[in-house]
Design a protein. Sequence first.
Length: 456
Amino acid sequence: MKIGLVGWGIETQSAFRHFGVGHSYVIGSEEPREDFPSGENVTVYHLTENRPTGLAGNANDLSYLDHFEDCDLVIYQGAAHKNLEKKFLPDDPFWQKAKTTLHVLFEKSPTKNIIGVTGTKGKGPTTTLIYEMLKAKFDNVYLGGNIGIPVLDFIDQLDAESWVVLELSSFQLYKFPYSPHIAVHLMMMPEHIEEWHKTLDDYVKAKRNICSHQTTKDYVIYLPSNEYSFDNAQSSSGTRIPYGTSPGARIDQDGYLVIQRQLICKISEFKLIGVHNQENICAAVTAVWQIHQDATAVRSIIKSFSGLEHRLEFVADIDGVHYYDDSFGTTPDTAIVAMDSFASPKVMIVGGHEKGNDMSVMCSRLSQPDIRHTVFIGTIGQKLYDLAVSAGMNPQHGSVREDGNSWTMQEIVDEVRVRAVAGDTVLLSTGSSSFGIFKDYKDRGEQFKRVVQSPK
């Protein structure tokens, strides 16, 4: 069989491993890579220059997609879908043989016990909580999608009793024809608009696929207070269960996590901080409760799970100042959530690459009395500083440079160390993506942690 691979990322690399050396391969990449496989059975085509800064799917030169006509199967990275739509019309035979690794999983998996989690923020912690709560009860549980193991790396280990928990992005769900047995639809807010989805409706429709193909035997867990989550859940033919309110998991007036009259634990015992994480925990418990009702197992995970890297991750306590890495938060709304998660005075680090989001509400929040100081970084730094001053921030309570790229992480941390005093919380929660300044949010967070933890 001749297999085409669009892009050479985590998913297509897993497809290469899964199908093995008994086939021939054509690889088309949007950019040059140093780790392309070699051999007589592999042909590689790629653009000569690195792709434009930002998300995949925005290439102007589509010549790297010219070589899949005689392939029997084409596996593409989810984020490449928009480029493929520019190249191939909807009725082109290409689409009859084109799949993502998730298509393969849903078509070939021996188990229907698949849980999918989507939303704008909170996917990672919620997915991982569900996975850990199931692992506390069952042996054969797998974590995949955007986190964990690539699905084709574990598909051969699955049996009819296995459980698969997937974090699913809008790129992966875009025009996806399958829905998991249990869909968890978290809160949504506009993101990646104009950069990838072009319109909010396109983004919302992509997320809807997590439940719109369900049957009456399936379940969708949704947040009724979020219009997008609520509306998308109505497309499901399965049982619709809200979280944050009965009959799903909720926080009662006495500060207990409760589901179906079962007290799980006090919110003061949660290892995860912030109201948003209380919602994520409620979503996870509601999903798991459809599978098992072992309150002891659920409680043990909630009391021990402290979160994922770069998501309100505690870094250090230095001279009474608490440092947190929330580099994963790349929208103004997530920066606001981070600020609201701490009662202590805060020194904020915000800014980065312009994504076209409305930053005015975040900048207004930066002008509030609990924000001691803000360091504005990146190409959008000056704009954010001006917005915050217009919203009422004392100009002396902000640090900015006209050339945002001149800030190094060492200089950023040096600046916040000067501004913070004992009892303060320093938050790297930029409200912006890192393109053009750091390699990605992981690089930004890793640099922050390394510099904070290094000797002064």
